[in-house]
Design a binder for this molecule. Structure first.
Ligand code: CMC
Length: 448
């Protein structure tokens, strides 16, 4: 075999072999290896290399998994070239107006079908019954430094749910899974709000069982003991829409993290805690915070939109146009399109405006006519306009990524379940291409 791991030709023999499993042929070191070709629901082809190592001792090399399908899934469909996103086959645009409740979408993602009225009622009741945190867990918020990053708190508290709900760790049957999943979705909202309250030095309010999921979250965030927060309908709708649009996005960084951790048969709490950590990164969910910093800086006069575009194009400058570009979308992210229009709607309903929306529009206009962005097919992604909408709701920037996590939670759970339910699933264990020294002797410290 070539040491440099050079592949020979790989050709698709799809057309040549009628009515048989399509094959691709790999020519390597004088050998000819036939590989099955799988076909996705939209006709997209994937060469199945899963037996390549065991049979031939050969691996494939794809460091950031750009050309690797890591699983078969029926949850979310993304067509990045045409800007299409569907949950269980339903186009995301159909969740804009009339708007379903976020928990309906959570059910759809996790269980694969839209819930009946009775199922939805039962799900809602379960969520309500689990909204409180164990007092032991609640008290832990007070021990955290007041400036703790809310994403750090979220990840830690997700993990700690395992300490208070140990009974649900085995997840060997459907009922245990539902119990764990509903606890996680319900308590995540309380944990998220408490993380914010800790940062503000506010007392921890208890959830209100009479309120819907999003309204209850807003109440937990903003009510104070002597003043109940009045939740405007437009604000609740905007929150609901943001959560729905973030609910799943197939094998993104945090979701594949959840799957990888779950593949070791780690429990749901631990797997989702890992997802939170991955989401925190500024190239992933943390981008919404960076977008807001960028828009603020332009608005405050720190830089002009033109400076910003120039800096993003400068290869010697690590600055990026945050909220732009996507590994999969080479077109307008459909979520960004909905959020941009929703921002207009919400401000009209609130009879308010936000100068940062104008800044964002100006940046988009400049980028969309600049050859750098056109040639690289860089369009606004979900994070570009979500912060504007969250700001309208009153959510501070340090909570933006937490809101993303709240929205993404049903997706993580659905993906964890899909993997867990697959009897063929094995532990994820990628291989590497070792390029270090092959053999060296240890030198005792005095002789170095
Ligand atoms: N600003 C300036 N240049 C960019 C940007 C950007 N936002 N995004 C990509 N590019 C350039 C990149 O430098 C590269 O240029 P060249 O071909 O000259 O080397 C080219 O476009 C291709 O980009 P890439 O980095 O190879 O693309 P990727 O698929 O590895 O990365 C990304 C995707 C989302 C990490 C990247 O576009 C990015 O960093 N965007 C800004 C961060 C951001 O908004 N992230 C949120 C993503 S969507 C929601 C989520 O997943 O959480």
């Amino acid at each position: 075999m070539h040491e440099t791991f050079l592949f020979g030709r790989m050709e698709n023999m799809n057309d040549a072999i009628n009515n048989e499993v399509p094959k691709a042929v790999l020519h390597i070191d004088g050998k000819q290896i036939e590989l099955p070709v799988l076909t996705a629901a939209d006709g997209h082809k994937a060469v199945d290399v899963s037996k390549l190592y065991d049979k031939y001792g050969i691996t494939t090399f794809d460091p950031s998994l750009n050309s690797t399908s890591v699983c078969q899934s029926t949850i979310t469909y993304v067509d990045g070239n045409n800007g299409i996103l569907r949950y269980r086959g339903i186009p995301i645009e159909q969740f804009d107006r009339p708007q379903p409740n976020f928990i309906e979408i959570a059910w759809l993602l996790i269980f694969g079908v839209l819930p009946t009225r009775a199922e939805l009622r039962e799900f809602r009741d379960r969520l309500t019954s689990h909204e409180l945190l164990h007092e032991g867990l609640r008290e832990q918020f007070s021990d955290l430094p007041p400036k703790s990053p809310p994403m750090a708190i979220l990840a830690a508290m997700f993990s700690q749910l395992a300490c208070y709900h140990e009974k649900f760790l085995p997840l060997d049957d459907e009922e245990l899974f539902i119990e764990a999943a509903t606890r996680l979705i319900s308590k995540a909202r309380t944990i998220a709000a408490y993380a914010y309250r800790r940062s503000k030095g506010l007392p921890f309010t208890y959830p209100d069982p009479a309120l819907r999921y999003c309204a209850n979250f807003l109440h937990l965030m903003f009510s104070i003991p002597y003043q109940q927060y009045i939740i405007g309908e437009e604000v609740e709708d905007a929150m609901n829409l943001v959560l729905i649009l973030h609910a799943d996005h197939e094998q993104n960084c945090s979701t594949s993290t959840v799957r990888t951790v779950g593949s070791a048969r780690a429990n749901l709490f631990a797997s989702c805690a890992a997802g939170v950590s991955a989401l925190w990164g500024p190239l992933h969910g943390g981008a919404n915070v960076e977008v807001m910093k960028m828009l603020e800086s332009i608005y405050q006069g720190g830089m002009t939109p033109e400076d910003c575009i120039k800096a993003a194009k400068d290869k010697d400058n690590p600055f990026k146009l945050f909220g732009f570009g996507h590994r999969v979308y080479k077109n307008y992210d459909p979520r960004a399109k909905i959020l941009r229009n929703a921002a207009d709607r919400v401000f009209a309903r609130m009879k308010e405006s936000d100068p940062l929306l104008d800044v964002a529009r100006k940046l988009e206009e400049l980028a969309r006519k600049d050859s750098y962005f056109i040639d690289r097919q860089l369009y606004p992604n979900v994070d570009f306009y979500s912060g504007i909408l969250l700001r309208a709701i009153g959510i501070p920037p340090n909570m933006f990524t937490v809101i993303f996590a709240l929205g993404r939670l049903p997706g993580w759970i659905a993906q964890w379940k899909e993997q867990h339910d697959n009897p063929l699933q094995k532990i994820n264990r990628p291989r590497q291409l070792y390029v270090g020294e092959m053999h060296k002797n240890y030198v005792p410290i005095d002789e170095r």
